[in-house]
Design a protein. Structure first.
Ligand code: PRP
Length: 220
């Protein structure tokens, strides 16, 4: 009996770029996957041994780290934030490019940085935010939000936010300005380490297919 491999992919922006890459790597979801009205979360593919689950980006990492899914696609922001030892991230997929940045209101004015010992930051990334400020000798008090971080400064929740920036349009529309880039981000192929050892006959060729798909795309 063959056990299917479960491939976790994130909802949202990466999906549009991820699907052509998946197709190049030989994996195409069933038609229902593209039906916006469908409430299904697990889908068959053209490969009888592979099924796809569509979950939130942070949950892709959780499913794969726990071995509930063996392989997945997720932003390097999520890989770095969780820092799960069970995750192996062998391929930079060169899609989903953006950056993790610090932002504050355009009219925030100057602040005596030297006098600060502590900052309050609204973010979905408390681990990376604390690490970033620690490296600058500051303690960060993080207010954890799951989205719409850009609202926090105008409503007095925090002076700063740490969030993903792509075009910069969301910051601009909310009267914020990027003050520092913490790290550049791109999507990664992630694999559960134990599964990679136990099921290498299935997973190693799949990783290789993605490496090739990224290369093929670059050459196109
Ligand atoms: C992300 C991010 C910002 C926005 C930045 O949110 O959290 O809000 O995109 O993009 P921009 O610089 O091009 O405006 P997304 O729309 O992916 O939704 P999310 O809040 O569910 O993460």
């Amino acid at each position: 009996m063959t056990r299917t491999l479960t491939f976790a992919i994130p909802k949202g922006r990466i999906l549009d770029e991820a699907l052509p890459l998946l197709a190049k790597a030989g994996i195409e979801p069933e038609a229902e996957f593209h039906d916006k009205k469908s409430r299904a979360l697990r889908f068959a593919t053209n490969r009888p041994d592979v099924s796809i689950i569509r979950v939130r980006a942070f949950d892709v990492a959780t499913f794969v780290a726990h071995g509930a899914a063996q392989i997945g696609i997720v932003g390097s922001d999520v890989v770095e934030e969780f820092d799960y030892s069970e995750l192996y991230a062998p391929v930079d997929l060169d899609i989903g490019h953006c950056r993790l940045s610090v932002a504050q209101p355009v009219d925030a004015g100057d602040e005596d940085q030297a006098a600060l010992s502590h900052v309050r930051v609204a973010t979905k990334y408390p681990h990376l935010t604390r690490k970033y400020y620690e490296a600058r000798g500051l303690q960060a008090e993080c207010v954890k939000l799951n989205g719409a971080m850009e609202l926090a400064p105008s409503l007095g929740l925090s002076r700063r936010i740490v969030d993903l920036v792509s075009s910069g349009a969301t910051l601009k529309a909310n009267g914020l300005v990027e003050t520092d880039i913490i790290m550049p981000i791109s999507a990664r192929l992630i694999v559960n380490r134990a599964a990679f050892k136990m099921r290498s006959a299935e997973l190693a060729p799949m990783v290789e297919a993605f490496r090739k798909a990224v290369g093929v795309r670059d050459a196109a």
